[in-house]
Ligand binder design. Structure first.
Ligand code: URA
Length: 210
């Protein structure tokens, strides 16, 4: 299965590389598709590539990326075991916010990534990716909380977080984000416990049927 997910992701990446209709591609150096473990339970979705991400073709490798790496460890995870991507996969000029039409143009690819990876939990980084799953939420009131969302027929746990770059701009947000990622480790445990309970129940049911 792992090989399949990896294969599907690399096919999707090739499709994206060849898609001349993507609106931000003409100013970008590289496609920043996303990277990580295709088998992960936890996916992180940011906003869009900045200068270093555009240079390297890898998400979150600049200053915000260094802070994100630290936050991932705070949650008891490693960068290698999760998958990280963005709502737009080419750098917007001058690091401006992506336009709604640009987010919409990249959306089918992001949706397909989610379908392939089938994560249990999506951690949104900043308001653009939060808006995809929790359109009416305000980041200041929902950050670090767990939301059970039915998204396109799929049960997902969404945990909205402040964007790591916001943490680098304001000490209060930085401290809050570190606290939120500590709580993320508890949310991960809770979701895993629920999953193993469900699978024990179904094994129990099967045994009774035998
Ligand atoms: N900020 C983002 O939202 N994504 C990146 O990949 C880098 C910085």
């Amino acid at each position: 299965m792992e090989i399949q997910k990896g294969k599907f992701l690399s096919e999707l990446k090739t499709k994206m590389k060849n898609d001349k209709s993507l609106p931000l591609r003409s100013n970008a150096t590289n496609l920043v598709f996303g990277e990580g473990n295709p088998e992960t339970e936890v996916m992180f979705i940011g906003e869009g590539p900045g200068y270093w991400e555009d240079q390297k073709g890898i998400p979150f490798v600049g200053n915000a990326g260094a802070f994100l790496n630290q936050l991932i460890v705070t949650a008891g995870l490693t960068r290698e075991e999760v998958f990280i991507t963005n709502v737009v996969h080419h750098r917007p000029p001058e690091n401006r916010d992506p336009e709604p039409s640009e987010v919409a143009a990249y959306q089918p690819y992001l949706d397909e990534m989610i379908k392939i990876i089938e994560p249990e939990i999506i951690v949104t980084l900043g308001r653009f990716s939060m808006g995809k799953f929790l359109p009416n939420a305000r980041i200041s009131s929902v950050h670090g909380k767990k939301f059970d969302v039915n998204w396109k027929g799929r049960e997902l746990v969404i945990v909205p977080m402040y964007h790591p770059a916001a943490g680098l701009r304001a000490t209060g947000v930085k401290e809050q984000t570190i606290e939120d990622f500590k709580k993320l480790s508890e949310i991960l445990k809770e979701v895993n416990d629920n999953e193993s309970e469900k699978s024990n129940e179904s094994t129990g049911e099967q045994m009774q049927l035998v």
